[in-house]
Design a protein around this ligand. Structure first.
Ligand code: XMP
Length: 510
């Protein structure tokens, strides 16, 4: 299989570049520049290399750099932004800092004839974000694109297949960025389009069947996208050698536990153990109001439930986890001391003895995981599920948790989600849910005074959940949800809509 190395120099778009390449049917992997040598690049047989951007200046002390030998391997290189400046620097060119200001945002780009720009109009829009630029080209290179302020917006040494672009072809604001990446992959590197989810499934099934079949594989199923797809894939590979444990803590959304059971046990015929642990979770949470304590109690209780299951299961050979590629990249970036543990269920307890962890999705981006899930026959509502926190409704019931409150919230939340799904379809916000506040307010019902709960509705639009904007959902959707909730859910007599972005608020209320 052809593969592209995305050599990461600290840019913010490293994962996006890899995704853009994979979307075009070519496998790409991200490796931080200090985790690989030129010799390893040669021996791993990459078909092409993309140097990412980065926040530094090439002459700065400690700026990320690489051995110039990488340019002599005969493997095509495309340097993007800092990656272009570094390519020029390594090849003997000169970098300068733009005197007044750099270029930020959309600019008019003029390109020359070059394999990189085949099918790209002479003038188009590109997206820039730089102060430094290549002032003197290395020997053997020529300028192949310009902007008003940047005399070397792209450079090429066609003979050695070395290219650099000062702008960002990976972002959608660069009108023909996708075409340029395709030219690099297919015209310059000569890649074949051989990365697709059918062949991924086929080879993963073969690999894990050879490795794990006939032995016991344990997977902690949360009902989230990643663990669900990992379960479906592993089941395809080893059938009933896979045991899935699904802990229902009683704080799931309406119908969620049953959907998981129906899908995995009834439809797939999986070896699924559903542990109904509502009573013990509610007992452990009784009277607890502090958000962090709630999370801690739920985490600990999970471990206890698993310990009991572990004792019953005895020794397992493999622990299967739904780790995905962004988790792997993030872990690989940090120093060993700061690496996060990405154990999906908060780390399975030590009482479960196992020989090895297997992570069948560790090479896939989220959109690829979803595609695999659909191809394996998982229902859309599971595969396109919005994020849902591990502690579940516990962090959406403000104050002390009771079964009565959890039931009220479940009903109200289901109505809100139904109305959004019906009215907004593909344009639905990235996450939307209801929160049961611990405030009560006065209302009128018929001729009587009521004193009921205040429910908050929350919907956010976001790419990464690190920042988020509150979604301007249509007023009539809010109105319909509010009317239905106050008439169908006894005990809630007032509905408010959360109009705060993150920051300063967080997505969840607790
Ligand atoms: P916040 O509230 O921090 O949420 O802005 C960002 C995203 O993370 C989810 N979230 C959690 N997920 N365990 C989880 O597995 C948690 O304790 C947790 N808290 C928040 C939240 O739903 C949002 O998608």
């Amino acid at each position: 299989m052809d593969k592209i190395l995305v050599l990461d120099f600290g840019g913010q778009y490293d994962m996006l570049i890899a995704r853009r390449v994979r979307e075009r049917g070519v496998y790409a992997e991200v490796v931080p520049f200090h985790k690989i040598t030129a010799e390893e690049i040669a021996s791993r047989g990459y078909t092409g290399i993309i140097f990412t951007g980065g926040p530094n200046s090439v002459y700065e002390d400690g700026a990320p750099t690489f051995s110039p030998r990488v340019l002599a391997l005969g493997v095509p290189v495309l340097g993007i932004c800092y990656g272009m400046q570094l390519t020029a620097h390594l090849a003997g060119g000169k970098i300068a800092s733009a005197e007044e200001s750099g270029e930020y945002g959309k600019v008019e780009l003029t390109v020359e004839d070059s394999p990189l720009f085949k099918g790209v109009p002479k003038e188009s829009v590109a997206w820039m974000s730089h102060r430094d630029y290549v002032q003197a080209l290395p020997a053997g290179f020529k300028v192949v694109a310009r902007t008003e302020k940047c005399p070397s917006a792209a450079m090429a040494c066609e003979e050695k297949k070395l290219y650099g672009v000062q702008f960002h072809p990976e972002v959608t604001h660069t009108a023909f960025g996708g075409k340029m990446l395709e030219n690099f992959l297919f015209e310059i590197c000569g890649c074949k389009k051989d990365w697709n989810m059918e062949s991924f499934i086929e080879s993963a099934v073969e690999k894990y069947r050879a490795k794990c079949a006939g032995r016991k594989v344990l997977l902690a199923l949360s009902g989230g996208v990643d663990s669900s797809v990992a379960a479906a894939l592993m089941h395809e590979a080893v059938g009933n050698d896979l045991v899935c444990v699904f802990v229902d803590h009683g704080l799931l959304r309406k119908g969620e536990g049953d959907l998981v059971e129906r899908t995995f046990k009834d439809k797939f015929g999986m070896n699924l153990i559903r542990v109904d642990a509502e009573d013990r979770f509610l007992a452990a949470l009784d009277g607890v109001t502090d958000p962090e304590s709630k999370r801690k109690i739920i985490g600990e209780e999970f471990i206890r439930v698993f310990e009991e299951q572990g004792r019953a299961l005895g020794k397992v050979d493999f622990l299967c986890q739904g780790t995905i590629y962004p988790d792997v990249i993030e872990s690989g970036k940090g120093d060993a001391s700061t690496i996060k543990s990405h154990h999906n269920v908060g780390g399975l307890p030590s009482v479960i003895e196992f020989k090895e962890i297997v992570e069948p999705l560790r090479d896939l981006f989220k959109d690829e995981v979803r595609e695999v899930g659909i191809k394996l026959g998982l229902p859309r509502e599971l595969v396109w599920r919005q994020p849902f926190p591990g502690p579940g409704l516990a962090v959406r019931i403000i104050g002390a948790i009771t079964k009565e409150k959890a039931d009220l919230l479940r009903e109200a939340d289901a109505i809100f989600r139904e109305e959004i799904a019906a009215a907004m379809k593909e344009n639905a916000p990235n996450q939307f849910f209801a929160v049961l506040t611990d405030t009560r307010s006065v209302g009128v019902m018929g001729d009587a005074r009521s004193y009921g709960h205040v429910l908050a509705l929350r919907a956010v639009t976001t790419d990464d959940f690190m920042t988020a904007d509150w979604t301007r959902i249509p007023f009539d959707v809010i109105e319909k949800a509010s009317c239905r909730i106050t008439s169908e859910v006894r005990g809630i007599n007032r509905v408010v809509y959360d109009v705060t972005s993150k920051p300063p608020a967080t997505v969840e209320w607790e």
